[in-house]
Design a protein around this ligand. Structure first.
Ligand SMILES: [Zn+2]
Length: 190
C-alpha cells in the first residue's frame, strides 16, 4: 500500500454520475499507473505530472488519450517498469491501440502540490525553470477488468469519449454516463 492509499476509501460503485471527473493520459504514461506492479518490482506511478493544479479531491476516470509520448517510451523508469511486467517484449506504441480513447481504470486524487526537487520519486518530475509543475497524487487505483470488453460493448452506444481528451481535469458529459455504468461493471475486486 502506498502513502496515497491512506485515508478514506471511496466505494467507486456508489459514486453518482456527476461525482466523477476524468483525466486524459498520454501513452505510455498510463501503463505504470493502471497496470499493477510485478511482485518485488518497481513501484507503480502515483504522481501525475502536470503544468496545472487542481482543487479536486475525489474519484477520476483514467482515460487513455490518443496521444503518444515518444520520450516517455524511452524513459528509463518507464522501461524498467514495463520490463518488470512484460519481460523482453519491447515497449511499442502498437500495444496501445486497444486502449486509446477509452477508460482503462479509476483512481482518486488525494493531493496536489507544487513539484519539489526530491518529492514523489522516482516518477515525480521537477524542473527548476518551470514553477507551474505540479504533482497530482493518485490513490486507490483500480484497473478495469477488461477494458477491451468495455470498448466492444460501448462502441455500439452513442458516446463520444473516444476523443483526443483534454489537458486539464474534465467533467464527463451526460452522454458518457453509459460509460460510467460500464466502468462500474468492469472494476476489479480489491
Ligand atoms: Zn511531489
Amino acid at each position: 500500500m502506498t502513502q496515497a492509499d491512506a485515508g478514506q476509501v471511496i466505494d467507486y460503485a456508489t459514486v453518482p454520475h456527476d461525482g466523477w471527473r476524468a483525466i486524459t493520459l498520454m501513452g505510455p504514461w498510463d501503463f505504470p499507473i493502471v497496470v499493477p506492479p510485478a511482485p518485488g518490482g518497481p513501484e507503480p506511478k502515483r504522481p501525475e505530472n502536470r503544468s496545472w493544479s487542481t482543487a479536486w479531491r475525489g474519484p477520476i476516470l483514467i482515460h487513455a488519450g490518443l496521444g503518444w509520448d515518444t520520450a516517455g517510451a524511452r524513459d528509463p523508469i518507464m522501461t524498467a517498469y514495463w520490463t518488470s511486467i512484460m519481460g523482453d517484449r519491447p515497449l511499442h506504441r502498437d500495444d496501445w491501440s486497444r486502449w486509446r480513447g477509452h477508460v482503462i481504470g479509476v483512481a482518486t486524487i488525494t493531493d496536489c502540490h507544487p513539484a519539489l526537487p526530491k518529492c514523489c520519486k522516482p516518477w515525480g518530475h521537477y524542473s527548476f525553470w518551470d514553477n507551474r509543475r505540479h504533482h497530482l497524487t493518485l490513490g486507490h487505483v483500480r484497473p478495469l477488468v477488461d477494458p477491451v470488453g468495455l470498448i466492444r460493448n460501448e462502441q455500439r452506444a452513442p458516446i463520444d469519449l473516444k476523443t483526443k481528451g483534454s489537458q486539464s481535469l474534465w467533467k464527463p458529459h451526460m452522454r458518457n454516463f453509459r460509460i460510467i455504468d460500464a466502468v462500474r461493471r468492469h472494476l476489479t475486486e480489491v
